[in-house]
Write a protein that binds this ligand. Structure first.
Ligand code: SF4
Length: 340
């Protein structure tokens, strides 16, 4: 778990309230992110978990005004407390292509994706690409940027940084490429790193190394991390708070202990059952949640999870509110089994 914590009366780094991001299609409007609210404190790690298509990645892209066209933020606020500023900036109101948004992207909020090869340019050396990210946001000459790139390559644990700086992405392993992405993301010391499935493409040993590296750098640099993953197991050691999303909505959120030791939503309980536990599930297939996430254009009336829920009851034909939290903090759940 990250060590830096905020107390409830301090301002968060970022507060998302009622965020709604939509995609118009020929068949209707897809509500990819629907009434999503949560906070991220300075230096904190918040895990955002859910199956593919639950809206977690679009939530991350919304924070950077990078929602792919024709998607758009339709409603809600993304209040971001920038360093040295008393009042927050509502990112939801900032034009995606504005100078201000470019300044925030990379410099204050950075993002890394699952597959580094899609983000790295194959025809430039890794040193050039890291240096370019530095020059984009800081007034430094090329020589200084190259020195900083070598420093960052060393900092993310890549051996022989003075040689590696002149290598091309294809000369590195998958784990090394993800380290380069982390170096690029952190070269301008952002206050928030959005990591979207950063280790999904890596094998288990390398995955643990990359997650360990993110933890080390967080302890050194103090940035907050929004860790987006389909795998609750990945966030067990890393996250302070967990947000569970299903069909575009938050269905449960709380501390990592709330979610792991006292999961309330049947969906969260299903996700937890599908995590392998060392020594407890030898040679046995892990249970998975029956069925699939409903298509966003044909969501049922009421609770979106009802077709897959063994606890379904007549009340579930109405959409439950997210209940149990105070001032956007605390253990909260969207389920008629828990109306508090
Ligand atoms: S509201 Fe009903 S259908 Fe939805 S998760 Fe709770 S019990 Fe299951």
């Amino acid at each position: 778990m990250a060590s830096v914590q905020n107390t409830s009366h301090e301002k968060p780094l970022l507060e998302i309230s009622g965020l709604k991001t939509v995609f118009p299609t020929d068949d209707g409007i897809v509500n990819a992110v629907n009434d999503v609210s949560f906070k991220i404190d300075r230096g904190q790690t918040v895990g955002v978990v859910g199956e593919s298509g639950c809206g977690k990645s679009i939530t991350g892209l919304s924070l950077l005004q990078l929602v792919p066209s024709p998607g758009r933020i339709e409603a809600g606020e993304i209040q971001f407390y920038r360093n040295g500023e008393e009042a927050p900036l509502d990112i939801a109101q900032v034009a995606p292509k504005s100078e201000l948004m470019r300044e925030i992207r990379g410099n204050e909020i950075a993002i890394i994706f699952q597959e580094p090869m899609t983000s790295l340019n194959p025809v430039y050396t890794i040193g050039n690409q890291i240096a370019e990210a530095i020059v984009l946001h800081e007034q430094v000459d090329k020589k200084t940027a190259r020195e900083r790139a070598i420093e960052m390559i060393a900092r993310v644990g890549i051996p022989a940084p003075t040689q590696r700086v002149d290598e091309y992405p294809h000369q590195l392993s998958g784990g090394m490429r993800q380290r380069v992405m982390i170096a690029m993301a952190l070269c301008c010391s952002p206050t928030l790193l959005i990591a979207d499935e950063p280790t999904t493409a890596l094998d288990v040993t390398i995955q643990a190394q990359v997650l360990g590296l993110m933890q080390e750098l967080q302890a050194e640099m103090g940035m907050a991390i929004m860790l987006i993953t389909h795998d609750l197991g990945v966030i067990a050691d890393l996250a302070d708070e967990v947000v569970v999303m299903y069909a575009g909505r938050v269905v449960e959120k709380g501390t990592v202990d709330d979610i792991f030791y006292n999961p309330l939503h049947p969906y969260t309980q299903g996700l937890l059952k599908s995590i392998p536990v060392l020594g407890k599930t030898p040679q046995k297939t892990l249970p998975s949640i029956p069925g699939t996430v409903p298509h966003p254009l044909t969501l049922p009336v009421g609770c979106s999870f009802q077709a897959r829920c063994s606890e379904r009851m007549p009340a579930c034909e109405q959409m439950p509110e997210l209940m149990g939290e105070t001032e956007n903090r605390g253990h909260a759940v969207r389920c008629w089994l828990h109306t508090f």
